[in-house]
Write a protein that binds this ligand. Structure first.
Ligand SMILES: [Zn+2]
Length: 248
């Protein structure tokens, strides 16, 4: 018996407000822009929260931090326009640096209590062989923030947000960058938009690096759709929040 047979997989297309946590500026779009574009077209409001300042990934090392940050935001807004992102927020923790996991979780709790999403997206913290700590911490902090949103004794980063918060229902969490999908989203209709969005991230990729990324995404999208009735897919682990604890 699987978790999914006890707790049905939440219906992504029922989502009205979707909060997407990502470690770096481009992760939501690389992992899930195909399905997120469809959900925006379906009428959902999409919000992005970026955990780190992403400054280590900027290709041109001669740029000041301020100029690099401006370019990252330029790219992110251009991509967000294509996907249909309503609002972007940043936590500003140092990319690949030293910051407290609990500070990150407090930030995520604040955004969940403030934005009140019915669906949350994040990278899969349990991806085998994931070596980037920002990804593991972001995925785990998102999962914990989903579980703990209603527990007001667990403080967020903003006491005013906590004081005003009344418990609401989070229907599901969708984990991208996963090796254990239980849902393959058909992204055939939004594949072109996904690649357009990914190509906006010019500050973080050399032209060759971008071509390699697009090639890998192209292969992967076809590979995960094998045996399905569509050509291109995005793999997701879509879970009811109760499935995030103890496996019962
Ligand atoms: Zn990343």
């Amino acid at each position: 018996m699987t978790i999914e047979s006890i707790l049905p997989v939440p219906e992504l297309f029922s989502a009205r407000r979707i909060l997407c946590f990502q470690p770096h500026y481009d992760d939501n779009d690389i992992g899930a822009a195909g399905i997120l574009t469809q959900l925006a077209q379906n009428g959902a409001e999409i919000f992005y929260v970026t955990a780190t300042d992403d400054l280590m990934g900027v290709v041109d090392a001669s740029l000041s931090n301020q100029n690099a940050a401006e370019l990252l935001k330029r790219d992110q807004f251009a991509a967000g326009k294509i996907v249909g992102v309503k609002e972007q927020y940043w936590c500003g923790h140092p990319d690949a640096g030293e910051y407290s996991y609990f500070d990150l979780r407090r930030d995520f709790l604040k955004f969940i209590r403030f934005i009140r999403p019915d669906f949350v997206f994040a990278p899969d913290a349990w991806l085998t062989y994931e070596g980037h700590r920002d990804h593991i911490q972001t995925g785990l902090a998102a999962a914990e923030a989903v579980m703990f949103a209603g527990l007001k004794k667990i403080a967020s980063a903003d006491p005013e947000v906590d004081a005003a918060y009344e418990e609401h229902e989070i229907v599901g969490i969708a984990l991208y960058f996963t090796r254990e999908p239980n849902y393959i989203a058909d992204i055939s209709s939004t594949w072109e938009k996904k690649i357009q969005a990914v190509r906006c991230y010019e500050a973080q990729f050399t032209p060759d690096g971008m071509e390699q990324l697009v090639f890998a995404l192209d292969m992967k999208s076809r590979q995960v759709a094998a045996g399905q009735s569509f050509l291109r897919g995005e793999p997701l682990k879509v879970l009811h929040p109760s499935a995030l604890h103890c496996g019962i």
